[in-house]
Structures are given as structure tokens and as C-alpha cells.
Design a protein around this ligand. Structure first.
Ligand code: ADP
Ligand code: MG
Length: 621
């Protein structure tokens, strides 16, 4: 199999010349990390101490406006919670309305000036968008890898949860841009995790996998079907407020009670409760390896817990994730026996009880050989490497993955740039008006493979105004699609007779994941037959409408040269055509059109001859 790598910037085929490094980034709610390919292996970049590749997704703003990111910022959660921002991923692409219900979860201030616009975060007298804050985390990751590799990095693949919508994906992409990164792909986290385990790299493999991701504050379960390089998300389920943080809280509550305090009685002291939380987290991690944890807190409280107690505390939480798995299987309409592999992702899957519960539910051993913290970033690095054209035997095309076109009469998709065209690319087509004196033309731009625009994805629309009034069919409207290397589509419409011109910019690929793309392609194949039939019907109807309009016009303009029988015949045939158009049978419509055409053609010739004769006569006078 050939490797085809196309440079997104210049659209040229890549040669064996040195390529830009593309890094993989897991931008997590709790922790983020960056990875790259070294000697054919994905490698997560560790911090200066060399101990951990995780960078806490925490940003702190110091009084002098300097910004801290990572471990040092996480420490400020205790000493300066007001100016320390965590879990910003939860706010990506969200409006205040979306987050109002769990506002108290955040220790910092979220701004609600306009409930429908995207949220902002207030830090002292400054306002930040979640995009800017995520960009700070990305900048820190970029710096980390640049200093390790001693070379600048400009390109990245960033992962997002499978359920992220357009706005959230777009926000992630924008954060990358703001951090000085060209985001070549947004990849779903479960897809990246599968890639890290080599699943999907062989195009002939067909597999169904469950990706169980239990992080700090979120739980996601995704069921993927992988075949021929297409990662299809069959279902996702989860809980956006369930994760390792809840385990920590359970431990804090337990210690509080053990020491004779009322539940939540210590929360008034923000520093103490944060310190206890961090200690509980340390205890939890310790218990993943050892049977008992014991230490003394800053206030003298004895903090002791054994593994059995811990497991009793978290059992109900773990059960909730198992219910999520059951639901995801149900939504995917799959029996548990149909799952080929179960992949463990997220730091909290290190908890032995979590592992055994998941293995028990799926009835098989889970994939946990790779570091569950790193697996998503490692997969992102592999995806990046594929994009860079370094992985042999993988068909990789940097091309527009879905067709781009506009809506024409009857809701039909008229493709202007077909899928698999390499970018950048340019194409145009000529259209005209369908009604006499029409001065406006709506141009709606769609992306997808289906014949009807309603099944495709709308990218945008604009109205071309100021077309000089002319009989239907006379204006020459040229529509150009210009797709640049970043996947941004420019649509230009120009009426050639008058020079009237308009232009819009549409973002084409943004917000569509590989999986969605794959799904849309599959859809189009599965529906090709029915689509074709509908297309034929709609086309027949469109054509009939044009013929009916011109028959009507012909009758009005040529009253004087037609006899009564001829007028009546045309009217009857037109009425029959109208009835056919109202029906569903394209053959009937075509037949009625044919009859009307055959009858009126000689009459039209006669009318033309008379007009020409009159014109000549007129001239000679
Ligand atoms: P996210 O995807 O939300 O960024 P991570 O996958 O980095 O989160 O997981 C972070 C969570 O994993 C935290 O709650 C952390 O305490 C927990 N965790 C990390 N290591 C361990 C361990 N050894 N045992 C138990 N939990 C752990
Ligand atoms: Mg994660």
C-alpha cells in the first residue's frame, strides 16, 4: 500500500525531505501532556524532574500578572484559590446558560453578563475566555517539548472527548492557534487511545472496542467500530461529574468523620480543605499499590485509611460507571460479547477495584499495559506521525474529506469540490435564476456526500443581492469555491453580465471529527440507492417546473398566433404535467414533459419564424 502525504500548506506531495515535527497533545480536564514520535515509538515528554509527563491543567495569575501553569499553579489552589483556574476544559465552547447549574463547582468567578454568549472567567479586574486559558496550558506544553527537542514546534494534533460538539472542538482549535500551534487535526480521545494500542493501524482489521476513561472529574465510555481506517463512534456515555476527585472527596469525608468532626465542617477553611484534598489524593494513589496509608494533616488530624475501606467508599461510584458501560452497549445495540477489546484510559483506572469491576463487566482482560495517563497523548502523537507521512503502509490523504457544494432547486446538493480533492483547491460553476426578474439568489453551502442537502451539514449561507432584473435563465451567476490549506472555504458569487459580486468565508472542516466524517461517508454509501431515486425524482420535478413556467410564458406571449385548439391542448398537457409533478413517479413526470414538449415544439418554431419575419419587416420599413 502506498503512503501519500500531501503537505497541507502548499498542496504538494511530500518527498523524503525532512518534515516538520507534528506533536500530539492531550488537553485534559485535570492533566495535559504532549507526546511525539521518537525512533518509531510514541513518547510523552516528561517534566524537568523527569518523573511525570503530566502537566496539571491549572493556570495561576500572580499579583504581578505573571502566569504559572502546571505543578506550581496547582500548589496555588491551596494558597490562592481565587486566582487559580482549574477544569477550564469544562467551560470550552459553553455559554453561561450551559454552566449555570454547576457554577458553585468552580472556585473562581464565572461571568454572566450575557447568558447566551460564551463564558468568561474573571481574575481580579481581567476577563479571560476558556480559549485563552487553554492556550496558556498549550503554550506551556509547547515550551516543554521545544526545550527538550531544542527545536521550535508549530504543528499539533489535539484530542477532545468524542462527545464534544462543534463549538467545543472549534474552541479547542482556536486555543491551539492562540498558543501558536497549527492544529492539523482534532482527534477523539478514544480514537487516540485505540491508536496507541495499535488498533486501527492495519486497514484490514475490523474491531469493536470499548474505551473506558475515568479521569479526575469526568467519566467517558465510548464504543468504537474500527474498519479500514475509519473510526466510527457507535455510542458514548458518561458522567461529566464523576472521577478521581470524587474518590478524593470520599476519603476526606471519611477522615473528617474518623476524627470526630461533622461532615463538611472543615470546608470553611479553604486552605485546610484543599490541603486535605491533596492528601486524600496522595492516599488514594498510595492505595493503588499498598494496603494502608497513614499520615498526619497540618491541623494534627490523623489520616489513615486501608484499601478495603477505600473500596467500600468508592464502590457505589464505580458501579455508576458500570451502569454507564451498560447504557453505552445498549445504545450501540451490542451485546457485551461483541466487544473485542477494552481499553483503560485515565489516571483513575489505576485503582485496582476499577480495573477488576470493568474486566468483570466485559468478561475479559482489559488493555492496561500502556500508562493510562499517557495513552491518549501517545495516540495523538501516532496520529500526528501519520499526518506527517512518516508511517509507511498507511494510506493517509491530506485532502478534503467530504464534498463541498451548494443547494440547488428542490433541496438537491450540487457538489462543487468533490471529496478527496487535495487542498488547497479551487472550482467553480455557473448558475442562473429560475424566476423572471429575480434579483436575489440564496446561496447555501453544504458539506457531505448525500444527494439531499438536508442530510448533509450546512456550513453557511448568504444572499446574493442586486442581480439586475432579467428574464429567468438569463443571468450568468458564477459561483467559485476556494478552499485554502487550513480548510477554510471562501465562496464567491458573481453575476457576469452586471459584475455584481459577493463573497463569504466558510470554515469547512471545523467541528467534524474523523468519526463523524467516516459516519457521513458510510451513510452516503448506505443510502446511495434511495438517494439516487430521490434525486431522479427531484430532478424531474425541477425540469418540469421550468417547462411549466416556459409553457405559461409561451401562451401569454403568443396568444395572437395560436388558435383555440392549440391553446387548449397546451393547457391540458400542462395540467397533466402538474398532476404528474405532484406525484412520486419520475417516469410519469418525464413522460408528461415529453408529450408537452413534442406538442409545443412545432408551435414554438412557428412563433419564432413569425417573430423573425416581423423583425425583418420592421427593419426594412
Ligand atoms: P483528566 O483526563 O481528567 O485530565 P487524568 O486521566 O489525568 O484526568 O486522571 C487524573 C485522575 O487520576 C486524578 O483524580 C488522579 O488522582 C488519578 N490518579 C492518578 N494516578 C493514580 C493512581 N496511581 N491511583 C489512583 N488514582 C490515580
Ligand atoms: Mg483524559
Amino acid at each position: 500500500m502506498a503512503t501519500i502525504a500531501i503537505n497541507l500548506k502548499d498542496g504538494k506531495l511530500e518527498t523524503d525531505a525532512p518534515r516538520d515535527l507534528i506533536v500530539g497533545i492531550d488537553l485534559g480536564t485535570t492533566n495535559s501532556l504532549v507526546a511525539y514520535m521518537k525512533d518509531g515509538l510514541a513518547l510523552a515528554v516528561r517534566d524537568d524532574s523527569g518523573k511525570s509527563a503530566l502537566m496539571p491543567s491549572v493556570v495561576h495569575f500572580a499579583p504581578d500578572q505573571s502566569v504559572l501553569v502546571g505543578v506550581t499553579a496547582k500548589e496555588k489552589l491551596v494558597s490562592d484559590p481565587q486566582h487559580t483556574i482549574y477544569s477550564v476544559k469544562r467551560l470550552m465552547g459553553k455559554s453561561y446558560k450551559d454552566v449555570r447549574d454547576f457554577e458553585q463547582y468552580f472556585g473562581y468567578q464565572i461571568i454572566d453578563e450575557d447568558t447566551d454568549s460564551l463564558v468568561k472567567i474573571r481574575v481580579k479586574d481581567k476577563f479571560f475566555t476558556p480559549i485563552e486559558l487553554s492556550a496558556e496550558i498549550l503554550k506551556a506544553l509547547k515550551l516543554r517539548i521545544e526545550s527538550v527537542l531544542n527545536q521550535p514546534v508549530f504543528k499539533a494534533v489535539i484530542t477532545v472527548p468524542a462527545y464534544f460538539n462543534d463549538a467545543q472542538r472549534q474552541a479547542t482549535r482556536d486555543a491551539g492557534k492562540l498558543a501558536g500551534l497549527d492544529v492539523l487535526r482534532i482527534v477523539n480521545e478514544p480514537t487516540a487511545a485505540s491508536l496507541a494500542y495499535g488498533i486501527g493501524l492495519n486497514q484490514d482489521d475490523e474491531q469493536t472496542v470499548a474505551v473506558y476513561d475515568l479521569g479526575g472529574g469526568t467519566f467517558d465510555i465510548s464504543i468504537l467500530h474500527i474498519h479500514q481506517g475509519i473510526f466510527e463512534v457507535l455510542s458514548t456515555h458518561g458522567d461529566t461529574f464523576l472521577g478521581g476527585d470524587d474518590f478524593d472527596r470520599a476519603i476526606v469525608d471519611y477522615w473528617t468523620k474518623q476524627n470526630g468532626h461533622e461532615k463538611d465542617s472543615l470546608t470553611g477553611d479553604k486552605s485546610l480543605s484543599q490541603a486535605l484534598r491533596l492528601q486524600a489524593e496522595a492516599a488514594k494513589k498510595h492505595l493503588s499499590q499498598h494496603p494502608v496509608y497513614e499520615s498526619v494533616a497540618a491541623n494534627g488530624m490523623v489520616c489513615r485509611i486501608d484499601r478495603a475501606t477505600f473500596e467500600t467508599l468508592i464502590e457505589p461510584l464505580v458501579q455508576r460507571t458500570i451502569e454507564g458501560c451498560r447504557q453505552a452497549l445498549h445504545d450501540a445495540k451490542l451485546d457485551v460479547s461483541r466487544i473485542d477489546h477494552v481499553i483503560m484510559v485515565g489516571g483513575s483506572t489505576r485503582v485496582p477495584l476499577v480495573k477488576s469491576a470493568v474486566a468483570g463487566f466485559f468478561g475479559k482482560e482489559v488493555f492496561d499495559k500502556l500508562d493510562p495517563d499517557e495513552v491518549v497523548a501517545l495516540g495523538a502523537a501516532i496520529q500526528a506521525d501519520i499526518l506527517a507521512g512518516n508511517q509507511k503502509d498507511i494510506l493517509l490523504l491530506d485532502i478534503t474529506p467530504l464534498s463541498l457544494g451548494i443547494e440547488t432547486m428542490g433541496g438537491l446538493m450540487d457538489t462543487i469540490i468533490p471529496r478527496n480533492t487535495k487542498v488547497p483547491s479551487k472550482a467553480g460553476r455557473r448558475y442562473t435564476t429560475s424566476v423572471d426578474g429575480q434579483t436575489n439568489l440564496k446561496i447555501a453551502v453544504f458539506q457531505g456526500e448525500r444527494d439531499l442537502v438536508e442530510h448533509n451539514r450546512k456550513l453557511g449561507e448568504f444572499i446574493m443581492r442586486g442581480i439586475p432584473p432579467m428574464p429567468a435563465g438569463l443571468p450568468k451567476i458564477e459561483i467559485h469555491f476556494i478552499l485554502n490549506a487550513d480548510g477554510i472555504l471562501k465562496v464567491k458569487a458573481q453575476e457576469l453580465r452586471s459584475g455584481v459580486e459577493q463573497e463569504i468565508e466558510v470554515r469547512s472542516q471545523y467541528g467534524i471529527s474523523e468519526e463523524e466524517m467516516g459516519k457521513m461517508l458510510l451513510d452516503s454509501i448506505q443510502h446511495a440507492q434511495s438517494d439516487m431515486a430521490i434525486r431522479a425524482l427531484l430532478e424531474a420535478r425541477n425540469e418540469a417546473q421550468v417547462i411549466l413556467l416556459s409553457a405559461d410564458k409561451f401562451l401569454r406571449q403568443n396568444e395572437s398566433i395560436l388558435n383555440e385548439t392549440e391553446v387548449l391542448a397546451i393547457q391540458t398537457l400542462a395540467a397533466e404535467l402538474k398532476i404528474a409533478v405532484a406525484g412520486e413517479d419520475k417516469d410519469k413526470i418525464n413522460a408528461a414533459m415529453e408529450t408537452l414538449n413534442q406538442y409545443s415544439a412545432p408551435l414554438a418554431h412557428r412563433a419564432m419564424d413569425i417573430t423573425i419575419a416581423e423583425a425583418i419587416k420592421g427593419k426594412s420599413v
